[in-house]
Design a protein around this ligand. Structure first.
Ligand code: F6R
Length: 613
């Protein structure tokens, strides 16, 4: 996980700029932070464990001179953020060689670091940290001793690394250059008028430039204040790649007056949903054709994206009569691995396009000759490169760790795909298809009204139930995916233990938990499951549960049975209901987190892109 940043500028001190860039990358991890610059030919470093603001208060991260530097915000993998018996800064990046002439920031995991470390220790290198990263500066040092130039020394170093990395190397040997390289972990360059940047992700430099060059796996780049050069690590061939202009504005990556990114992103959903409707016909049609012709279809994803897949399995069945298997990415190889073959099609869904579990499943499927299709939010992400065809969900950067706008955008794209498959199969009448298409275009407005109408109510309900020990989320049909997502949001940001089930399952076990006052959230669109869910509500009421329902506006039957309710304006066909019905649950989770004093943007132990297995 981790965020890395590097900057070579024609003038001025870059430390404040690195600090600001790291703040924009903080969603990638926040266990420790560090910066290094070169001043008067020497590397200077400030780093410690803790969140950026706390470390800045202690060390003043802006107070480093030099027009070249690197920075890092960490999600710990090897080496605890606060190592026992060692100084608190020990495992924070940047890490250096024995002479403190080479400083490295790294995102990823070096699988063979133990053997490399043993080899280097035998050669007399002294290690200060418990990280895998520290082998990198020592290997570079060793290669320099053998007479390599700095760039060759970095190239020969990364050739010895097994695992994933995006690195930026700063060295007093060439104080006007940063050398960066990537394998599996993301790395992008930003090309400014007076500076060149490298970073884990585009928002890091977005206020500085919107011109970007995406590095591919196995590439190394040397950046200077006015140029960049990219080469293939393997054969050292020069790669000529012009910058692309990114349409995300710096403003889009900021909070725009909301107290948290998560709330801002919940409110951005209508806009994002409108973006999903902008024609990507070619790609959607291609993907639909592959799905239609597939022997079997696996929908593979993790976390919230898995919930999109689960909902999509109902959409594909309902609209296109297409059976699909939604599979949790980390289980894919064990659960379906042997069943995958040349006739299989994998639709991998990943907001970041970098989730390790999802990429591992895709990798397995590719090795079994399956067709890989991708849905992601990040152009240039690994998923886009390994997919035969991919489409983007157009949500813009999502900074809050909990997925909100990217979930509903995924659902909108998946619903459009299901409709396209339905058309190909000719099993649904034109009239019905047209009605559904019309409904999809109305969703942004419906979601906008849903958010407006339920915001205050969510604040009040959150206050009322904030101290509940457990929450239940129940739905039937496609709403069981909505229930799972509502539960994940509440659990991950407000730390309230929660359970979600298809409502019909609750009587097979979970109902034994229910005590008087126990909050049970029912997701109740007025669809075919409506009558049955009333029965499930009665079961819960009979045991003294407090019923919180999400209903269609004017659903007096369920309103009268509920202690609290959220209303969704407008009638939606069943396959589209999760897109609107999840919004009140996102608000409920957000306000519960705030009421409980939790920071919804940075839930503990979590990070935005999970790039480890
Ligand atoms: C939950 C959340 C995670 C992600 C999961 C997959 O709010 O954000 O569960 O959905 O880590 O991430 P992507 O979609 O980037 O593959």
């Amino acid at each position: 996980m981790c965020g890395i940043f590097g900057c070579v500028s024609k003038k001025g001190n870059v430390a404040p700029l690195i600090h600001a860039a790291l703040k924009r990358l903080e969603y990638r991890g926040y266990d420790s932070v560090g910066e290094a610059t070169i001043h008067e030919g020497k590397i200077q470093i400030k780093k410690d464990q803790g969140k950026i603001d706390d470390v800045h208060r202690m060390l003043n991260l802006d107070d480093l001179s030099g027009s070249i530097g690197v920075g890092h915000t960490r999600w710990a993998t090897h080496g605890a953020p606060r190592p026992l018996g060692l100084p608190s800064w020990t495992n924070a990046h940047p890490h250096t060689d024995c002479n403190s002439e080479i400083a490295v920031v790294h995102n990823g995991i070096i699988d063979n670091f133990l053997e490399l470390k043993a080899e280097l220790e035998n050669l007399g290198h002294e290690f200060r940290s418990k990280t895998d990263t520290e082998v990198i500066p020592h290997l570079i040092e060793e290669n320099l001793k053998k007479g390599a130039t700095v760039v060759e020394a970095v190239r020969d170093t990364v050739k010895r690394l097994d695992g994933s990395y995006a690195i930026a190397v700063l060295t007093s040997h060439v104080p006007e250059r940063i050398i960066c390289a990537r394998n599996e972990s993301p790395l992008v360059l930003g090309i400014g008028e007076e500076a060149v940047y490298c970073a884990s992700d585009i928002p890091a430099f977005l206020p500085l430039t919107n011109k970007t060059v995406i590095l591919e796996n196995g590439e190394l780049a040397v950046i200077q204040a006015d140029r960049y050069e990219i080469r293939k690590i393997d054969d050292w061939k020069r790669v000529l790649r012009e910058p692309e202009v990114i349409e995300w504005t710096a403003e889009m990556a900021e909070k725009q007056g909301y107290p948290h990114f998560m709330l801002k992103e919940i409110h951005e959903q209508p806009t994002c949903l409108r973006n999903t409707l902008r024609p990507q016909d070619l790609y959607l049609d291609l993907i639909a054709t592959f799905l239609d012709r597939a022997g079997e279809v696996f929908l593979v994803a993790a976390g919230t994206s898995y919930h999109s897949c689960l909902a999509a399995s109902y959409m594909f069945s309902d609209l296109a009569f297409l059976a699909t298997h939604p599979v949790i990415a980390s289980e894919f190889v064990e659960q379906q691995g042997m069943a995958v073959n040349i006739n299989s099609t994998i639709l991998a869904v990943s907001q970041s396009g970098e989730t390790s579990d999802t990429l591992a499943a895709v990798d397995h499927a590719r090795n079994h000759a399956a067709t890989i299709l991708g849905l992601t939010n990040v152009v240039g992400s690994t998923l886009t490169r390994v997919s035969r065809v991919y489409t983007v969900q157009q949500s813009g950067p999502e900074i809050g760790v909990a997925a909100t706008k990217t979930f509903t955008s995924q659902l909108s794209v998946l619903a459009q795909l299901a409709l396209r498959v339905a058309k190909l199969r000719g099993k649904v009448g034109h009239r019905q298809i047209e009605e559904l298409e019309e409904k999809i275009t109305q969703i942004p407005d419906i979601v906008e009204k849903t958010i407006e109408r339920n915001d205050e109510r969510a604040q009040r309900i959150a206050k009322k139930y904030k101290d509940s020990k457990v929450f239940f989320f129940l739905g039937r049909g496609i709403s069981s995916a909505t229930a799972l997502e509502g539960r994940l949001k509440l659990m991950e940001i407000a730390y309230v233990p929660s359970i979600a089930y298809p409502a019909g399952e609750s009587k097979h076990g979970p109902i034994s938990l229910v005590e008087p006052g126990f909050p049970v959230v029912f997701i109740c669109p007025r669809d075919e499951t409506h009558k049955t869910i009333i029965g499930n509500i009665m079961e819960m009421k009979a045991r003294g549960a407090s019923i919180i329902s999400v209903i269609e506006e004017g659903d007096e039957d369920i309103k009268n049975l509920s202690d609290e309710y959220f209303e969704v304006p407008g009638r939606l066909p069943e396959p589209l209901t999760p897109i609107a019905f999840v919004a009140p649950l996102q608000l409920l989770a957000y306000y519960t987190a705030v009421q409980r004093g939790c920071n919804p943007d940075m839930p503990r132990n979590l990070a935005k892109s999970v790039t480890v297995k």
